[in-house]
Design a protein around this ligand. Structure first.
Ligand code: PDD
Length: 284
């Protein structure tokens, strides 16, 4: 396997040389936040939004970041990547405890870790499983505490699915690692932001791009019944881009992969954020 470029506490190295303590609070408590920053043609997509969200997440955990240093490291990782298309994973952890303790000490120093990988947005049609949202009450924070997502997505994988769509008492929240959009009665709909949903950057830039061309996206609480009557549905994320759903195994619905609203959304996103088709990639 090709060497993966990484940075740990400011030191650039290959991923395989990085070692962390088992008393890192990321390891014992998932006491950490992260970002996944996609880049295309060696330029980050919606970079400022990612940095703002990292700040929001770290503020929620009372961690003080040096965003200039982090930006510089992310930029260096992008330029060190052999491919022009990919993403940077960047994580900030509260630090290392002397001994495991729920209550953190104020004198520990933050641990930062990032790596870069070549990647292209997903091109396959997704098969989905609906499931209950098992997660905690602050899913708006992009923390590495993702056990609810992990359990549900692996259950879905066993059933031959690529992703889940979660709900709380029939109210749709989001997918395991992406946000949900669907088309109902000719309107593009997405669950509104709340503590139960990650404010996805791809979600927001798609909404903004659609507004720019005069289309409205309806943001409110939607139910499983709404999704049943959808003419198309898709997921958005920094690694998927816009990925259409072909089937939901446990919901009676009829999704059209050629739906006009979906096509407009996809075309709008691609023409705004990808200078060329993402099929035309540059991975070496
Ligand atoms: N996941 N919701 C969840 C739970 C996510 O984990 C993600 C992204 C999104 C979409 O957010 P964005 O558009 O900002 O990528 C929504 C990343 C890609 C991950 O954990 O790998």
């Amino acid at each position: 396997m090709e060497t993966i470029k990484a940075v740990f506490n400011g030191k650039f190295d290959s991923l395989k040389n990085i070692q962390i303590s088992p008393f890192s609070r990321a390891y014992t408590f998932s006491d950490s936040v992260y970002e996944v920053v996609p880049f295309y043609n060696s330029k980050p997509i919606a970079y400022d939004n990612h940095i703002k969200r990292l700040q929001y997440s770290s503020n929620a955990l009372s961690m003080k970041l040096d965003l200039n240093v982090i930006s510089d490291e992310i930029e260096k990782l992008i330029s060190s990547c052999k491919s022009k298309n990919g993403y940077v994973y960047y994580q900030v952890t509260r630090g290392q405890d002397l001994i495991r303790s729920h209550i953190y000490s104020n004198d520990i120093g933050l641990e930062t870790f990032g790596y870069v990988l070549p990647h292209n947005f997903e091109t396959k049609f997704l098969k989905i499983m609906i499931c209950k949202d098992l997660r905690w009450g602050r899913c708006d924070i992009k923390s590495t505490s993702l056990l609810g997502n992990v359990l549900s997505m692996n259950e879905a994988k066993e059933k031959g699915c690529d992703e889940v769509i979660m709900h709380i008492d029939n109210i749709l929240t989001e997918a395991g690692a992406s946000n949900l959009f669907f088309v109902k009665d000719g309107h593009i709909c997405t669950p509104s932001l709340s503590n139960n949903i990650l404010p996805g950057i791809t979600r927001q830039i798609l909404i903004d791009a659609l507004i720019e061309i005069g289309l409205k996206v309806c943001e409110k609480d939607y139910t499983l019944e709404d999704l049943k009557t959808a003419s198309s549905a898709w997921l958005t994320s920094s690694t998927k881009g816009i990925a259409p759903i072909k089937e939901i195994i446990n919901l009676d619905c009829n999704l059209n992969l050629n739906d006009e609203c979906y096509m407009i959304a996809k075309k709008t996103f691609d023409s705004k954020f990808l200078a060329r088709s993402h099929f035309d990639n540059n991975v070496v």
